[in-house]
Design a protein around this ligand. Structure first.
Ligand SMILES: [Zn+2]
Ligand SMILES: [Zn+2]
Length: 121
């Protein structure tokens, strides 16, 4: 049967992408759900809904707040570029200390020697 479709492979399943964090330059191993850096928690504004990569913004999403609910952290992000806010669940690999600090649960000793560097205006 002459039914040879061009051998084109489309991968519309989960996009598994490794990326380098644009904020702290950590190399992040994607697992298909990864939308932020587990080390500094910053993300990119690429999704409208989680995983859809439908936003053309591409700005940096800053983690501004976190809440601890039902055993999981929900991180609130604000886009540095378009100021959109969105929430997403923390991933198991995320830096717990940072999450706790964002949630205000306890003070997080961010490399004690560097703390005095914070110049108050
Ligand atoms: Zn990072
Ligand atoms: Zn944005």
């Amino acid at each position: 049967m002459g039914n040879d479709a061009p051998a084109r492979r489309r991968e519309f399943t989960r996009t598994i992408e490794d990326f380098t964090c644009a904020h702290c330059h950590a190399e992040v191993k994607g697992n298909g759900y990864t939308d932020h850096c587990p080390r500094c928690l910053w993300g990119r504004h690429v999704d409208v809904n989680p995983g859809d990569r439908a936003s053309g913004c591409g700005g940096m999403m800053k983690p501004v707040h976190a809440v601890y609910m039902h055993g999981i952290y929900i991180i609130t992000y604000r886009c540095e570029k378009c100021k959109a806010e969105k929430r997403c669940k923390a991933a198991p690999d995320d830096d717990t200390g940072l999450l706790e600090a964002l949630a205000g649960r306890k003070s997080y000793p961010i490399t004690p020697t560097n703390r005095a560097k914070n110049s108050s205006s």
